[in-house]
Design a protein around this ligand. Structure first.
Ligand code: SAM
Length: 359
């Protein structure tokens, strides 16, 4: 009996398993991480081409199945099965990752793979079609989102094939696609903090279809988080803070900071909308979150609104944000959905220049 909670959709078409392995360009010396081996249909094919497979499986019944499949065969000593949640497991070193991914962990899995200090050479991963299209979307595309920018910043992402739902047992509700993710290495790898880059993008995409001005200046939660981070930065750099009350602040009360996100706006997850599929879980709890921290920070800063409006440092921070958006980068009227990697990089450098950081 298959478990929906574990996203168990077994790949029953051996041709697809074969192609996934081929598209991974395995070397005989490779150690492969397989996420969720299930009954082992992909595992046995990978074992034909690689030195070793480390398979992380959460369901003990499946872990037993895949172990049984190679029992007594020469492959047995080249397969290591780790029982547990791949997201929470400290992974041993590996060269390539292959996965018919349980769709509910798509986002944290990509995040985990890309943020590794020594990421794998290649990942060939099956995802729900919409997630795959988001991974590879370009600026201006309807599905372009934080996931697209993040993934393509750290890796080359290529859509390699579509896989219909009837290739699985039981068939999922949605179509699937296989994507190859090749993390950038050496001089190609951006010399930027993973968490800081994601922190910046979280704010930019909190309202994908609104202007960056609205995302940054029209959201008091964002401003209060920036202020908190700015205070930390000043403390670390011995820069005095002016915490006195500003005399008269009748600033832009008309900003729409309390407006609900509009349709198509990015949620808290890399996945975004999700298209109503039962396989998508928008909760991304294992991803470091600027926003989640910002909510937690609310308890340290009880009167965010009045504090923000009245202290001089709060006004200074707001002015810094305005300056970055309007004067330095001139991106205030742009929408994140149209900005490219270079625009986001310019923003990050300009904020950092003002002592504003996101981690
Ligand atoms: N690889 C097999 C195949 O292609 O036939 C099974 C793929 S099935 C879509 C996903 C597998 O991942 C299931 O065996 C499920 O038990 C396992 N799984 C689900 N969540 C997991 C997690 N967080 N960590 C590791 N394995 C997980």
């Amino acid at each position: 009996k298959f478990s929906k909670d574990f996203g168990q959709h077994i790949l029953k078409n051996p041709g697809i398993a074969e192609q996934i392995v081929q598209k991974s360009f395995l070397k005989p010396t490779d150690t492969v991480l397989e996420v969720g081996p299930g009954t082992g249909n992909l595992t046995v094919k990978i074992l034909e081409h690689a030195k070793k497979v480390i398979a992380v499986e959460m369901d003990p019944r499946m872990a037993a199945e895949v172990t049984k499949r190679v029992q007594g065969k020469p492959e047995q000593r080249r397969l290591e099965v780790l029982l547990g949640d791949v997201i929470k497991t400290t992974l041993p070193p590996f060269d390539v990752c292959i996965s018919n991914t349980p769709y509910q962990i798509s986002s944290p899995l990509v995040f985990k793979l890309l943020s590794m200090p020594n990421p794998p050479r290649t990942c060939v991963l099956m995802f729900q079609r919409e997630f795959a299209l988001r991974l590879t979307a370009r600026p201006g595309d309807a599905l372009y989102c934080r996931l697209s920018v993040n993934a393509q910043f750290w890796a080359k992402c290529t859509h390699i094939m579509k896989v219909g739902k009837n290739n699985f047992r039981p068939p999922p509700q949605v179509e699937s696609s296989v994507v190859r993710i090749e993390p950038k290495i050496g001089s190609e790898k951006p010399n930027i903090s993973f968490v800081e880059w994601d922190g910046l993008l979280r704010v930019c995409f909190n309202r994908r279809n609104k202007t960056l001005r609205a995302s940054w200046l029209g959201n008091k939660e964002v401003l209060s988080m920036i202020e908190k981070n700015y205070r930390t930065w000043c403390a670390t750099n011995d820069i005095p803070i002016d915490d006195t009350i500003a005399e008269d602040d009748n600033e832009d009360e008309d900003m729409d900071e309390n407006a609900p996100p509009s349709a198509g706006d990015e949620g808290q997850d890399w996945v975004g909308g999700g298209g109503g599929s039962m396989d998508v879980d928008d909760d991304d709890d294992d991803t470091p979150s600027f926003f989640k921290e910002s909510k937690a920070a609310g308890s340290d800063v009880p009167k965010t609104k009045s504090k923000y409006k009245k202290t001089k440092v709060a006004l200074l921070v707001k002015e810094k944000v305005r300056k970055v958006l309007e004067d330095v980068t001139q991106l205030a009227d742009q929408r994140s959905g149209k900005c490219d990697e270079n625009d986001f990089l310019r923003l990050l450098f300009a904020f950092n220049e003002e002592g504003i950081h996101f981690s």
